[in-house]
Design a protein. Structure first.
Length: 525
């Protein structure tokens, strides 16, 4: 049976279940007797309120009493997808909120599920079809069905089965269903909106790694630019000087010198200002290093000069580039590890593949041909999701060192071309977050209700809250408040600012307290 037919068949069977036998909300163990095609419920147990310890994780605390359902899915002979659904025994808010994965997945997002549970959601997540480390892709070697599980099938089947479990436990379906994830989870989110538009009513997609082929070939080109010639390698010791030079050039463009550039696209920084004049030290760059830095900012190009994937934005090279972009030695970055695993085990089935000797053009075409159908989520037509009534909030940190923030801007532009601006505006909002790195963290306010985190000003102010209001009341979101806690334990400081719907950007009024949102406004450039 083909992969596509099998997926459609499994989905149809699950949806056709309609009304599985209803169980009292206190009778969690009875769910163990439920049966589904290609799935086994391995455990259904009540968990008392308090703390829960899971292997390899810090204890999850302050949990309400809930029903924990563990399921193993085998949609193909080579598939093993593990997923869990956690169902609050009391005070269920009537909604289902599924979580995604990061990196190459391999584990369930228990921490985020715990946060969802505390807020009254029924919640579910999967390991995406394997149990390897998130930076390890060797599980995919000669396993095309596992790649399909990772690429789209695990999240989709988790959505279907979690709905069935919810209906069985509460004797009624959820009122609305949501999905909240970032990075590869952002890719999963867009995959759901594109391929399975009926799975979720609202989707919160952060920093989506939705264009794997182009994104990781860009990483290949960066690795070659910084590592083929040892003299081009930029050590972490030089990152502070680079960031300071960028801030000297661009920090004041938004009206406030605070270490955060509100719109790095307007920053015109020339790395040549750091040219070493005599001897090389940590305060300057050699000519090969300047060339490499320019390439990181501009993004890779193919042999015809066409941009493969956009580059990184200036402003937070130190410290965010150290781990992902440069590492502690040539070809030693996390980004190099990810792209190597992708090509060795998902694209070429060649564990000896060497990123330093690979051809960029050939690698790009191979990636598109051999893995694009499973992992790329680049379809710009969300008309079926719109017809379902779906709403999508995307966000991306301007200082993301792993995935260019310009990729999200490009996807929004593609959506508007495919659907028309008015129809796209009915279904999607994009928020570019100044000073945020990958999904969270960075020099700017970066906590705004994503990934199970609290809203900056409490209940009702976070991104998930505003997504629900959009889905359930029809009120589109405006600015979202983001917070950053600084200072010391004895003297904490909270900085709260609005994050504006793109293309608007945050502008300081020039006189107010920069720690409060009232001193900023959203302005169209």
């Amino acid at each position: 049976m083909s992969r596509t037919v099998l997926l459609i068949t499994s989905a149809a069977v699950l949806l056709a279940l309609g009304s599985p036998a209803a169980f009292a909300a206190s009778d969690c163990t009875s769910l163990k007797s439920m049966t589904f095609p290609d799935a086994t419920i391995t455990a259904a147990e009540g968990v008392t309120a308090g703390s829960m310890e899971l292997q390899g994780l810090e204890p999850l605390t302050n949990l309400p009493a809930f029903c924990r359902v563990r399921v193993t899915l085998h949609p193909t002979a080579d598939s093993t997808i593990r997923f869990e659904a956690w169902l609050p025994q009391k005070s269920w808010n009537g909604r289902l909120l599924d979580v995604g994965n990061g990196g190459f997945a391999g584990s369930i997002g228990y921490g985020q599920m715990a946060s969802n549970l505390r807020r009254g959601y029924a919640t579910a997540g999967s390991d995406a079809g394997h149990q390897a480390d998130a930076e390890d892709a060797s599980w995919a070697y000669q396993h095309p069905e596992k790649i399909a599980d990772f690429g789209y099938r695990a999240v989709h089947l988790t959505a279907l089965l979690s709905k069935a479990v919810v209906k069985a436990y509460y004797a009624k379906a959820q009122e609305k269903s949501y999905f909240d994830a970032c990075s590869d989870g952002g890719r999963e989110a867009l995959m759901e909106a594109q391929r399975f538009p009926d799975d979720f009513d609202g989707i919160l997609a952060g920093a989506p790694a939705n264009n794997w082929a182009h994104m990781l070939v860009n990483g290949l080109a960066v690795t070659q630019a910084t590592s083929r010639d040892p003299s081009a390698y930029i050590s972490a010791l030089k990152l502070p000087a680079i960031t300071q030079a960028v801030l000297n050039a661009c920090d004041g463009l938004d009206g406030l010198k605070d270490g955060v550039i509100s719109d790095p696209e307007r920053c015109r920084f020339d790395p040549a200002v750091l040219q070493c004049r005599r001897t090389e030290d940590s305060s300057c760059l050699t000519t090969p290093q300047i060339h490499a830095l320019r390439m990181i900012y501009s993004g890779a190009k193919d042999s015809k000069g066409v941009t493969i994937f956009p580059g990184l934005m200036p402003g937070d090279e130190n410290p965010s580039w150290h781990n992902w972009v440069l590492g502690n030695a040539p070809a030693g970055a996390s980004g190099t590890n990810y792209l190597s695993g992708y090509f060795r085990y998902m694209v070429l089935n060649d564990p000896t593949w060497n990123p330093l000797t690979a051809d960029v053009d050939t690698s790009l075409q191979a990636a598109i041909d051999r893995s694009g159908k499973d992992v790329d989520a680049i379809d710009p037509d969300l008309s079926r999701f719109a017809a379902h009534g779906g709403k999508l909030i995307m966000y991306h940190g301007w200082n993301d060192p792993a995935i260019s923030p310009l990729n999200s801007i490009q996807y929004l532009a593609d959506l508007k071309r495919a659907m028309g601006s008015a129809k796209a505006d009915d279904v999607v909002r994009l928020y570019m977050v100044p000073g945020m790195e990958h999904c969270v963290g960075g020099p700017g306010p970066n906590i705004f209700g994503q990934l199970g985190l609290a809203g900056a000003e409490g209940k009702g102010t976070g991104a998930m809250d505003l997504l629900q209001i959009w889905v359930e009341r029809g009120k589109a979101p405006g600015p979202i408040l983001a917070v950053k806690a600084t200072g010391t334990h004895e003297a904490p400081v909270r900085i709260v600012r609005p994050v504006c719907p793109y293309p608007q950007e945050t502008k300081y009024d020039g006189k107010g307290d920069p720690k409060i949102p009232e001193s900023f406004a959203c302005k169209t450039p």
